[in-house]
Design a protein around this ligand. Sequence first.
Ligand code: AKB
Length: 339
Amino acid sequence: MGEKTILITGANGEIGHGLISHFAEHDGIKVVALDLNTLDEETRSKCYKTYTGDILDNRFLESLSTGHDFDVIYHLAALLSTRAERQPTIAHKVNVDGTMNLLEMAITQSRLQGKEVKLIYPSSIAVYGLPDAGAKGRAGKVGEDQWAEPRTMYGINKLYCERLGKYYMNFYRQLDAQPMEGKVDFRCVRFPGLISAVTLPTGGTSDFAPEMLHHAAKGETYNCFVREDTRIPFMAMPDGVSALLRLEAAPREKLSTQVYNVGSFSPSAAELKRYVLKAFPSASINFVPDLKRQAILDSWPADVDDSLARNDWGWKPEYDMARAFDEYLIPGVSKLYKK
Ligand code: AKB
């Protein structure tokens, strides 16, 4: 089998670390990692090449593209929902213009290489926007085409970029006299909140779950910024990484759409606290809701219908909530913070 070159943007983030570790265990894969910040030594050692640079810098992207033939681009770089709400202009630039730049790079690469280039894109449950808690309760598991009325800058950015990806794949330069030579194979998963045992997210609104766990493991008091009854879907990081890999590997003819929900477990904040306390009985966790961040969470669905992903490419999470805590999260955070 020939070598495969994979570009990962936002490589320093939580998903980036997971993907890089996965690829490091497989022969024939050259990972080119890109982030605004320098990667740590251990992560760098797992990559073929690493770059510190900005996805908004077109000259930098051009030189990157000239130096490598990418088969797949995992475009992970983004500002998450809370940070995007505080810096909407920057969020729009990074989340939307940055994605446009990567789609353009994929088209150019495809034209030059004479073959399709895959662009794998993590979207989010933030694309949904339920009007109130009553509607959220009645909606149950939300399908891809329901309630796509985001109320955050991040959710709007993600929804728009999903559509940009579909456009680049299906209609790009549709008025040109000659058919376009380059082709992007755009594939996207809408992630729930992700929980990792080894890294803490920054700037998200689903961060209350990983923060609760990591604070408990460190022996620090945690004032959780949501109500106890807050319920949104979550997923253990290994399943998040595996969802992206499985979607990338799926035969194109099996895919009936380009954008897929992926679900796993859907606890309330109170249930999360119970699981955390089981492992760290002396943890101090209080609920001190921040009403503005709460309103964002109340607009996100309590659960997602991921039957399309299950039927089309065999999506099935390995970790339900009990297994996620017992076999991955608790052993992982305990090791991470062991003195
Ligand atoms: C966030 O909270 O912004 C992210 C997400 C749900 O996409 N974790």
